[in-house]
Design a protein around this ligand. Sequence first.
Ligand SMILES: O=C1O[C@H](COP(=O)(O)O)[C@@H](O)[C@H](O)[C@H]1O
Length: 232
Amino acid sequence: MASTLHSFASAADLAGSLADTVADTLSAAIAARGAASIAVSGGSTPKAFFQALSTRDIAWDKVTITLVDERFVPADNARSNHLLVDANLLQDKAKAARFVPLYQPASSVAEAARLATEKSAEIGIPFDVVILGMGGDGHTASFFPGGSNLARALDASTPRSVITMEAQGAGEPRLTFTFSSLQDAALLVLHIEGEGKKDVLAKAEGSGDEAEMPIRAVLRRATSPVEIYWAP
Ligand SMILES: O=C1O[C@H](COP(=O)(O)O)[C@@H](O)[C@H](O)[C@H]1O
């Protein structure tokens, strides 16, 4: 499916515009079905966008928020994506939203993935909004180059679910929605910032193996158009 690049003069401009677009999409879903769902990424990029979105005037009590991926760490860990969402998105008007975490206090990451799949089974079929990020190595969600479960994560026939991922560049074991869970969102966004990420994107858009730069799976095979939001 085609992708469209939306470039902004600053990260603040991007955050405001993306927040407006996401709020409109969530409001349209609420008007149509009485509920809306959004899966967001962690990392360093989405903070300003989260803060902008949390102020938008929508029926947040009808919105379910979850994560595209998470580290196998509890929510009070500084590296938790849940903590980032708590501090920046589940604030202001968005305090009324329901949050479904991927981390589960289980004895193994595999058991946590099973529980997260169960708890998220009724949301996101498809998601109304998915916000992806991208690492400098071309990973998105927790689809890491060399990841232990990468082939399964990227296989379009792998059912919608949360699976485990371990990889050298990933730090802790990860929990991640599969490609099939994310690729058909009504609004599918890739949010990246900085010249370095623009170069990584250009490389990913070239030829080469998906396993080398897993973001390629999204750029090449997502059934929804990919809206790329970029600022310097
Ligand atoms: O590990 C992760 O990294 C990516 C990108 O993060 P960034 O800090 O370069 O913005 C993120 O999209 C993903 O959710 C996160 O778990």
